[in-house]
Design a protein around this ligand. Structure first.
Ligand code: FAD
Length: 403
């Protein structure tokens, strides 16, 4: 830049820390809002996005949550994804995004788990979701390949549940945000300065040493959310936790599509084109270093595959063809998003702690944060239940359906 800076300006109305799925969603929804005409800067430490959560996602969506707010967020996600081009102003460069509705199948292995599923089904149905509680007999009739001796029932829904190409949203949000004037900078935010009294972030410092003043600061830093919050003196209960993905081919593929099956063992598995995709947490599920992506090769052999082969005996003979490990931004309080303003540092906004369901929640989060910044409150969907208040009060909003 001719001004000797790496940014075009020294001051921005909004600075977004992290430019992956959530940061790009916020940037785009803000840039697209006719009532907002401020300057937006997105600071991203790694524009290759190689190690962020977004790069490791399984990119699925579901309506099956146990909280009303999460169900409403998913309803918007489904509508948004299916009509993505229209939401982007009918831009004919943008491909149609198709939902692959193989559905989710939550299996209950205990009476208590079945009761929880029934309660979730009632809530989901009352909000218009197509979830059905199925007995083992009904499951066997629809999907004869499962072993169900130890299963009491399952929740199943084939509407707006399955895979969608989240990458298309991510790419086009970035591209259109840039075209609308949003500045994306390669850089790392390393420190923040608060105004005297601490009620606002005044400026942030980049690793290059530059200072940037901000009107609003949006923390979209994924698994690094607690580190970024700490720069403003805020403690956030979010930590990086490893989640494994395994792609395998079956010697005898199933006759039809395999719903994303959530097994009582904690392993999940679904169709993935001609192959299958499975995932699970490690046996010892704890915070890891931000840069620790080392795989545990025993996990497939000793945990994931035995659980899958037990549930679906046709998968006794499979071949692992790919695997990776990514990080959840794991909210240790209640595995739900933390969204909206901090109660004391009032221009500090969170979009954090998605604990494995952030891709599908990204449209509602971008829209919500853009509304907060533009109007001082939410307009289309009240995200207050996911606010920082519950963190401050230590009052979790538990979500049964975390995978
Ligand atoms: C294995 C796996 C499977 C998943 N499956 C699903 C799924 O099926 N459906 C679903 O909805 N969700 C899923 N998720 C979760 C989903 O991928 C995430 O919730 C989502 O991608 C989070 O996006 P993000 O932008 O918040 O975080 P990230 O993608 O991690 O991006 C954060 C960005 O911030 C940048 N950053 C951090 N600190 C700084 C700093 N100080 N300065 C500048 N930049 C910084 C990072 O470089 C990074 O690019 C999955 C996650 C994993 C790991």
């Amino acid at each position: 830049m001719s001004n000797g800076r790496s940014t075009r300006h020294s001051s921005y109305d909004v600075v977004i820390v992290g430019g992956a799925m959530l940061g790009s969603s916020v940037a785009w929804f803000l840039a697209d809002n006719p009532d907002f005409d401020g300057r937006i800067l997105v600071v991203e430490r790694d524009p290759t996005y190689a190690l962020c959560s977004t790069a490791h996602t399984n990119s699925c969506m579901r309506q099956q949550f146990s909280n009303e707010i999460n169900i409403r967020i998913s309803q918007f996600a489904a509508e948004y994804v299916k009509n993505f081009r229209d939401h982007m102003g009918g831009d004919m460069r943008i491909p149609r995004v198709v939902m692959q509705n193989f559905g989710y199948m939550y299996l209950a292995g205990s009476v208590e788990a079945a009761e929880n599923l029934r309660a979730s089904q009632r809530l989901q149905a009352s909000l218009g979701a197509g979830t059905r509680f199925m007995s083992p007999g009904e499951i066997a009739a629809a999907y004869p390949f499962y072993r169900l001796d130890d299963i009491i029932g399952g929740n199943h829904n084939l509407v707006d549940e399955g895979y969608f190409d989240g990458n298309t949203l991510f790419d086009w949000w970035r591209r259109r945000a840039r075209e609308a004037g949003v500045e994306f900078l390669k850089g790392e935010v390393v420190a923040m300065t608060l105004v005297p009294g601490g009620s606002r972030v005044a400026s942030l410092r980049l690793a290059s040493g530059e200072e940037v003043q901000c009107g609003w600061l949006v923390n979209a830093s994924g698994p690094r959310a607690a580190r970024v919050a700490r720069m403003a003196g805020i403690e956030l209960p979010v930590e990086p936790r490893k989640r494994y993905t395994f792609v395998f081919a079956a010697e005898k593929p199933l006759a039809g599509e395999l719903p994303l099956t959530v097994d009582p063992s904690g392993v999940h598995v679904r169709s993935d084109g001609a192959c299958y995709m499975a995932g699970c947490p490690p046996v010892d599920d704890r915070a890891v270093d931000y840069d620790d992506f080392v795989e545990d090769h025993t996990l497939w052999q000793e945990k994931a595959w035995p659980a899958i082969a037990w549930r679906i005996p046709a998968f006794e003979a499979v071949k692992l063809v790919n695997s990776w490990v990514g990080h959840y931004a794991y909210n240790v309080l209640d595995q739900n998003a933390i969204v909206g303003p901090h109660d004391e540092v009032e221009n500090f906004l969170f979009v954090n702690g998605f604990s494995g369901h952030g891709l599908q929640q990204s449209p509602a989060m971008g829209r919500g944060i853009a509304e907060w910044i533009s109007y001082g409150g939410y307009r289309s969907l009240d995200l207050a239940p996911l606010g920082f208040g519950r963190v401050r009060a230590g009052r979790p909003l538990p979500e049964q359906a975390v995978i």
